[in-house]
Every structure is written in C-alpha cells, then in structure tokens.
Ligand binder design. Structure first.
Ligand code: NDP
Length: 264
C-alpha cells in the first residue's frame, strides 16, 4: 500500500539532513511535491542535489530559512505556495537537543531551549495554517522525543521543553479539528544522526565498526532492540501520520524508540 501522497504538497522543516531528509526522500519517492528548509545554505544545496540525482523529475522547492525567525518562515510559506501550490502536510522537524543538567544549565540556556521547542512549531503553524485549512487532507506532524514522557537528568531543559511540546501538540489537535487539520507527533528514542557520526569519528577504539560502536551505546543505555534507530524509521512514521492513511488519527503520538519507553 502506498502512502497516498502523490501530487500533494508537503513541507519538511529541517529537511536538509537526518530524519528530515529521510522524510523528504520518502515523500518524493511517493510522488508528493516537497519543500524543505534548513539554515545552512551549503547543506541545503547538498540535500537538493542528493534528491535530484536520485529523482530527476522530483517537484521540489528548497530555501534557507531559520524556523525561529518569524518573518523568514512567513516568506518561506509564501514562496512554497508560489512554487508548489497549497500545502497539505506540514512536518515540523527542525531542531536539536541540549545536553546539560540543572547545575550547568544557565537561565539563557533555558530560554533558548524553550524558544526552540515552542517556536520551531508555532512559527510554521502560523505561517501555513491558512493554507492547511484549504486542504482536503491537512496535517501537521511534529517531531518530538520520548524525553517528553521519560525525562533524562542529563538533558533537563530539553526534557521539560519536550513535555511542553507534547502538551501543545494535543491542544492544537483539538483546536484544529474544526478546520479539518490533524495534528500528531512522533516520540523518538536515539536515532543515528550527524551528531553521532561526529562522535564516532573520535572513538577511542578505531577498530570498532559503526554497527559495533552504536550497538554498544544502545546496550549501555538499555535500549531493548540493542541498536540506534535509522533516520528512515522515524521518517516512515512521520509520513504515515502526515498522510491520508492516518485520516482518523489526531492528537496521537507514535513511539519510535526501539522499545526504550518504560511506561504503559
Ligand atoms: P540533524 O542534525 O541531522 O538534522 C536537523 C535538521 O534541522 C537539519 O536539516 C538542520 O539544518 C535543521 N535545523 C536545525 N535548527 C534549525 C532551525 N532553527 N531552522 C531551520 N532548520 C534547522 O538531526 P536529526 O535528524 O537527528 O534530528 C531531527 C529532529 O529530531 C530534531 O528536531 C531533533 O531535536 C529531534 N530528535 C532527534 C533525536 C536523535 O536521536 N537523532 C532524538 C530526539 C529528537 P541546519 O543546521 O542547516 O539549520
């Protein structure tokens, strides 16, 4: 069964790398028109070339845009509409986590983390909502973390901001039913990312393969599936929630953590 997104317009924030790029690729492969952004122009161009090399006929649009800058996001939304048409699916993926505990998290760090988790969603939602209201299959899908339900002391600010985002996602889901816009999220465990690749380059045992190294991390952290997730795994869950296949699902969160969740 296909995701039924052919001809529909999708936006992926932070689509130039990792999970975002994997979602872009699935959407393009399924025949959707896809727009994505990131801050770094070079990374954005590299992702565009990667997609066009594999899918020369892809209908895509990319633009450098910082999701924390309201005017840039509004301009991005206008440009997407102009280039691809009215948006059906918004995937809010842009962001990163902060490793720090209470002792070494300063007030400014708290403010930055709260700003990132709220406004990386609020700015795009405001910018695209009018378009989404006009779509027969409108969805907003937020990338969130299992930290929202299962906080980790070494990521104290990220954990509490993630909990706030889960709460916000629920409120938006309920408010937006009147517009026919579904709002869902995925809760990630640990997924292979550029950050992990950088740490791998500086590993102490250079004989360790990527699989061994990440497998050990997963075992030490107690991930039951004993490996990190691959970007395409959360990406598939994202595209499912965004697609018409999830037409009766709103306010939901799919866990993509390899069994790392400890709650029922
Ligand atoms: P990557 O670093 O590979 O990708 C992040 C993407 O977001 C990049 O395209 C980056 O591009 C973009 N981005 C970051 N900040 C902004 C911004 N302010 N405005 C626009 N684009 C931005 O990370 P992942 O794929 O691993 O992560 C994707 C999402 O999943 C993130 O929100 C992350 O916090 C979340 N997550 C990831 C986990 C993991 O284990 N990998 C665990 C839990 C959550 P650029 O830097 O050029 O702007």
């Amino acid at each position: 069964m296909s995701f039924q997104v052919e001809g529909k317009v999708a936006v992926v924030t932070g689509g130039s790398s990792g999970i975002g790029l994997a979602a872009v690729e699935i959407l393009v492969a399924e025949g959707a028109k896809v727009a994505w952004c990131g801050r770094d122009e070079e990374r954005l161009n590299a992702s565009k070339h990667y997609i066009l090399e594999k899918y020369p006929h892809a209908n895509i649009f990319t633009k450098a845009c910082n999701v924390l800058k309201k005017e840039e996001v509004q301009q991005f939304a206008k440009d997407v509409k102009l280039n691809l048409g009215n948006v059906d699916m918004l995937i809010n993926n842009a962001g990163q986590g902060r490793v720090s505990n209470f002792e070494n998290t300063q007030d400014e760090d708290w403010m930055k983390e709260i700003e990132l988790k709220y406004f990386s969603v609020l700015h795009p939602v405001r910018a695209f909502l009018d378009d989404l209201k006009q779509s027969a299959n409108a969805s907003i899908t937020n990338v969130n973390s299992l930290l929202a339900l299962q906080p980790e002391p070494h990521m104290i600010a990220t954990s509490s901001a993630r909990a706030a985002l889960l709460n916000l996602t629920h409120s938006l889901a309920h408010e937006f039913t009147q517009y026919g816009v579904r709002v869902n999220s995925i809760l990630l465990g640990m997924v292979e990312s550029a950050q992990w690749k950088r740490r791998y380059e500086t590993r102490s045992d250079l004989n360790q393969s990527w699989e061994e190294w990440t497998g050990n991390i997963a075992k030490n952290r107690g991930i039951p599936m004993q490996r990190l997730g691959r970007p395409e795994e959360p990406a598939r869950a994202l595209v499912f929630l965004a697609s018409p296949l999830a037409s009766y699902t709103t306010g939901a969160a799919i866990d993509v953590s390899g069994g790392f969740n400890k709650h029922l």
